[in-house]
Design a protein around this ligand. Structure first.
Ligand code: PSV
Ligand code: MN
Ligand code: MN
Length: 424
């Protein structure tokens, strides 16, 4: 299914007057808007291939129908999102959930939808049917060298697949850890993991990055071998310049100050990228910004400040990805909402009066500092995000148009009601 650009134009014509009024009002409040709109046009957020179907929980799964049955259909789904918002111009694959059979055909399908291949993700947290050794007691950390070798070989294989697709980064997330005290010698687990990561790192092309994602718990509930940003930092620091830490917002202990983590990783040149989502209890993988939009804004505030301080390109120098799961919402609608929330947080962060904030900080004017941040956060920037979409041929109201065009029904008609996307 492809969304005709005429349908987008017709949709925009209906909404244009109301949009223009909002934009004029906003411009009168904040002044210069061009710079922000251009940055929003440039900003793209990769969609994970595993988030296009209904995830479910270990208690059950309530499929919505019309889910992508193949890598081709996953690319088509991301293409639909990108046509609607022009902000989802990349797909992140998870191997072996996604294995291209014909690389050129997959590349040209992605190009037809204006999509790039973002980070490729390895999977050593599940056993595959044809696999010799089990990952039950870990992969890169395993006490058994043969298991480690198998896991290293898988990661190198994923790099090869990524090269064939034009991807430029590998994300490693390890389920490795222990479930009970005494199960693991922490130091040896660390050393085995480091040694394995070094072998993977050595296989990276020169223009590639390795993102090491941390997670405080789950599936192991006593210890995780890359449990927090400090542990990830310790590995990536030893690996070299191409290795960076990946921050998944749902992978922290409750109340962690993620914005401070982001600021310091950026300062150390060790922040690689993000997995955006939202959560209340753990790795809930809910829609970005659905629970803690202020936290999302504060994270972007540090990103903008830190990236500008280092002269970095907002759109290109970090990996921006969503990592979400959908239990009760239509995955495509949910992803549109996540992208919108991320764009809003980014636009609000761009509004922060940096000079005034610096003065307030230097004068220890705590009240003024809070006013500056909250003025930006409480500004309704949705018209700026919509303007970025309008200028790039996307829809003023992506979720609205998705519903008006009954896209899900179209996908069900094409693919059937009982389809099951691979992934979580
Ligand atoms: C683990 O919880 C994680 O966040 C990692 O990014 C995985 O690759 C992804 O979820 C999908 O399982
Ligand atoms: Mn993740
Ligand atoms: Mn996760």
């Amino acid at each position: 299914m492809i969304i005709d650009s005429n349908k987008i134009d017709t949709h925009n014509e209906i909404l244009i007057q109301s949009h223009a009024n909002k934009l004029v009002f906003l411009a009168s409040e904040i002044g210069e808007t061009e710079n922000i709109v251009q940055k929003l046009i440039d900003f793209q957020i990769a969609i994970p291939s595993w988030a296009l179907g209904t995830g479910g929980t270990r208690f059950g799964r309530f499929a919505g129908g019309g889910e992508p049955r193949s890598l081709e259909e996953k690319i088509e789904d991301v293409g639909l999102l990108h046509a609607l918002n022009n902000a989802s111009g990349a797909i992140s694959l998870h191997i072996p959930w996604d294995i291209p059979t014909d690389y050129n055909a997959i590349k040209s399908l992605a190009a037809q939808h204006n999509l790039k291949f973002d980070a490729v993700n390895s999977n050593t947290f599940q056993d595959q049917a044809n696999q010799e050794h089990s990952y039950k007691f870990g992969s890169l950390q395993n006490v058994n060298k043969a298991v480690r070798k198998q896991a290293v070989a898988h990661n190198i294989e994923v790099i090869q697949q990524g090269i064939a697709l034009g991807s430029e980064s590998l994300t490693v997330w390890l389920a490795d850890g222990s479930s009970f005290p005494g199960q693991l010698n922490f130091r040896k687990a660390y050393q085995n993991t480091l040694e394995s990561l070094e072998e993977i790192y050595a296989a990276l092309p020169s223009n590639w990055k390795l993102f090491l994602e941390y997670k405080n718990a789950e599936p192991n509930f006593y210890s995780t071998t890359v449990a927090d940003w400090g542990q990830s930092y310790s590995y990536v620091k030893k690996l070299g310049d191409k290795a960076k830490t990946l921050v998944d917002l749902g992978h922290h202990l409750p109340n962690a100050n993620i914005e401070q983590i982001v600021s310091l990783l950026l300062m150390e040149d060790k922040l690689g990228g993000f997995h955006f989502n939202d959560s209340k209890y753990g790795d809930d993988d809910l829609t970005a910004g659905s629970l803690k939009p202020y936290q999302l804004f504060l994270i972007f505030n540090e990103l903008v400040e830190g990236m500008d301080a280092r002269g970095m390109n907002h759109a290109k120098d970090l990996g921006w990805m969503i990592d979400a799961s959908h239990n009760i919402k239509d995955p495509l609608e949910d992803l549109l909402q996540s992208v919108e929330a991320i764009m809003i947080a980014y636009a609000q962060a761009l509004l922060v009066d940096r000079k005034a904030l610096e003065i307030a900080q230097n004068e220890n004017d705590v009240v003024r500092a809070q006013e500056i941040l909250q003025n930006a956060f409480r500004t309704d920037v949705r018209a700026l995000v919509a303007e970025a979409r309008l200028r790039s041929g996307a829809a003023l109201n992506p979720v609205g148009l998705y519903r008006d065009l009954a896209v899900r029904n179209g996908l069900i008609a094409e693919r059937g009601l009982k389809t099951m996307a691979t992934g979580l």
